[in-house]
Design a protein around this ligand. Structure first.
Ligand code: XMP
Length: 606
């Protein structure tokens, strides 16, 4: 890897560091995330450094920042908080002035290599409270920004060509900043002199050689879930080692989508990896471990535990001797940041369970795609000839449909008090022409970083998309005990909803699988598989107006990495296409669309 030019991105804790790294990599230059407290030696061999912004440090906290990084004699570019740190280090001052959020107009007022080829004016994206108000010797002001009412903000961009230090108050890494990519390209290619030769073809060749060298004559064992990461690993290892050395295990935990296990196995066979492909149908074992369990966290925990037991049993049964374990861990999961730390806690993931940690310590784990972001994994998948339908598969949680099949003891949730809550809902709906009803169930959500377990409200009636979304936001924002709003898609309205006792059963999972298959089929036909980030179909044991037993919930969302999410509205033609088939599935009582952002709703309902 050291043969490549590299840029270090110092992560000050915002979600922006990964975005910056992907934008640098788009220039075919390898970017690696480093931490502010890392020693100077960690930057050896880097061609340049980008300092990220930091929403949480907007007022200038510097905890743990090794300021000696700023003295390393390579080009450094700072964004937002990083920009302010650079200004301060060289004698400038930073003050708490008027905050700027969202779009501003940047005027380039002096020539500098980072602005080469740019027009004089462009829209840039701001998010800051502190501002640079003066710069030290050697620095020039090269950009001024104007906010929505025309107020000028000085030192929006600064440069010191002799020291090769640059700073932007705005965020060039976000797509809303015009020419942001050109600014990053100018820095990386022109100022840092990187060659831009980190192509996927080259990276793939290097990984193949690396795997061969690392593995030698040993056997390699890989869990193939069917997700794009493990599939790319399987294909890569197969290419490097051939089918004899590679043992694949696919476990059907009973929470897979319809026909999914069959398709996964077929795809792996198509790659010529069928020789040592082990398939275990553990669905009975998972189902019986969940007998009588209805509480979401317990369900998730039991599914995780059972998975580890199955995994250990299979390892023992296969008895592969001195083997290596391969994992499809990707780059964001190997980096400790605020963003990924939380993601780790919600995932009872099998990448870091004790037995695997022991193997990592013993040097027996190989992670061939751990340098790659998801978009790059997909690029590699394409380079390896993996089918489009697999490459573009939406993220699917480890516990699968297990977290989309809600259970109930048949009673309304504790604190369910329509006498108190319904008038508050009605007040929010006044004058909108919409009706709303509090549903006697709960789902998981998140408010101010805390997990909530609250009730949804179903809206009924016709209104433009924007109205529906803003009414929904008002209700879950203002009515205590409510964390979601859904929209009735049945066209029949809902007068009365009653919970029904239901646990995890094969019959319920099969029904959810059918509904999910109808939805995913329509999404594919309408060409929306790539543009919708994730589309869970959820099932809830609810009798509606005395009819049916299960409410089907559509949860299409847009998201970046799942930390936050926006509800996606579906084309009317798609809804018309799936309404009939879903409502006529035996036992289905209704069909609704989730209108909730994350926060306060999570993407999954459990
Ligand atoms: P939430 O529901 O927390 O989900 O908004 C965010 C993202 O994480 C996925 N997710 C999981 N993935 N094991 C996983 O591997 C889990 O237990 C799990 N729970 C949620 C979810 O599908 C979404 O993409």
């Amino acid at each position: 890897m050291t043969s490549h030019d590299r840029i270090a991105v110092v992560d000050f804790g915002g979600q922006y560091a990964h975005l910056i790294a992907t934008k640098v990599r788009r220039q075919r230059v390898l970017a690696e995330i480093l931490q502010p407290e890392d020693p100077v030696e960690a930057f050896d061999g880097m061609n340049g450094i980008i300092l990220s912004g930091s929403p949480s440090l907007a007022s200038g906290g510097e905890g743990g920042f090794n300021a000696a990084i700023l003295d390393i004699d390579i080009p450094i570019l700072g964004f937002c908080f990083g920009h302010q740190e650079i200004a301060k280090r060289y004698g400038g001052t930073v003050q708490h002035c008027r905050s700027e959020y969202g779009p501003a107009r940047l005027q380039v007022i002096a020539e500098t290599p980072v602005f080469a080829g740019l027009p004089e004016h462009q829209t840039v994206w701001m998010s800051h409270q502190d501002t640079v108000v003066s710069v030290g010797d050697g620095f020039r002001e090269v950009g001024v920004s104007y906010d929505h009412d025309g107020t000028a903000h000085r030192y929006a961009a600064i440069a010191d060509e002799a020291r090769r230090r640059y700073g932007f108050q705005y965020h060039p890494e976000v797509d809303d900043t015009e020419h942001g990519e050109a600014m990053i390209r100018n820095f990386v290619l022109n100022v840092c002199g990187c060659r831009g030769d980190w192509t996927m073809a080259r990276h793939l060749d290097e990984q193949l050689a690396h795997v061969r060298e690392r593995v030698g004559a040993r056997r390699v064992f890989l869990l193939a879930s069917g997700g794009v990461d493990s599939t790319v690993c399987a294909r890569l290892l197969g290419e490097a080692l051939g089918p004899d050395q590679l043992h694949l295990l696919h476990v059907d935990n009973g929470f897979m989508r319809k026909d999914e296990s069959r398709l996964v196995v077929e795809e792996l066979q198509r790659f010529g990896l069928g020789r040592n492909l082990h398939f275990v149908d553990a669905s009975d074992r998972f189902l019986s471990s969940l007998d009588g369990v209805i509480e979401p966290e317990r369900k998730r925990h039991i599914i995780g535990e059972t998975f580890i037991k199955v995994f250990e049993d299979e390892m023992r049964r296969l008895d592969l001797g001195d083997m290596l374990l391969a994992q499809g861990t990707i780059y964001p999961d190997t980096i400790e940041t605020g963003g990924t730390k939380r993601a780790d806690t919600i995932k009872t993931h099998h990448n870091r369970v004790p037995i695997i940690e022991d193997m990592i310590r013993a040097g027996r784990v190989i992670e061939p795609i751990s340098d790659l972001y998801k978009v790059e994994v997909r690029e590699m998948a394409e380079a390896l000839g993996i089918a489009d339908t697999l490459v573009w598969r939406q993220p699917f949680p480890g516990p699968g449909l297990g977290v989309r099949l809600l259970c109930s003891d048949g009673r309304a949730p504790e604190g369910h008090d329509p006498g108190r809550t319904q008038p508050l809902i009605d007040a929010q709906l006044e004058g909108t022409g919409l009706e709303g009803l509090l549903l006697p169930v709960r789902s998981v959500g998140v408010k101010a970083d805390l997990r909530t377990y609250e009730q949804p409200v179903v809206l009924m009636g016709d209104a433009p998309h924007e109205t529906l979304l803003s009414v929904a936001a008002q209700i879950y924002g203002r009515v205590p005990g409510v964390n979601r709003c859904v929209l009735d898609l049945s066209g029949r309205g809902i007068r009365r909803a009653e919970p029904r006792a239901a646990g995890v059963t094969r019959a319920r999972l099969d029904l959810l699988r059918e509904a999910d298959a109808i939805v995913m089929g329509a999404v594919e036909r309408h060409g929306l598989l790539r543009s919708i980030w994730q589309f869970p179909t959820v099932m809830l044991p609810l009798v509606i107006d005395g009819r049916g037993e299960e409410l089907i919930i559509l949860r299409p969302v847009q998201s970046e990495r799942g930390m936050t999410a926006r509800p996606t509205l579906l084309p009317g033609a798609l809804v018309d296409e799936i309404r009939g088939p879903i409502l006529s599935l035996p036992g289905v009582s209704g069909l609704v669309l989730d209108l909730t952002t994350k926060p306060p709703g999570t993407i999954e309902w459990e």
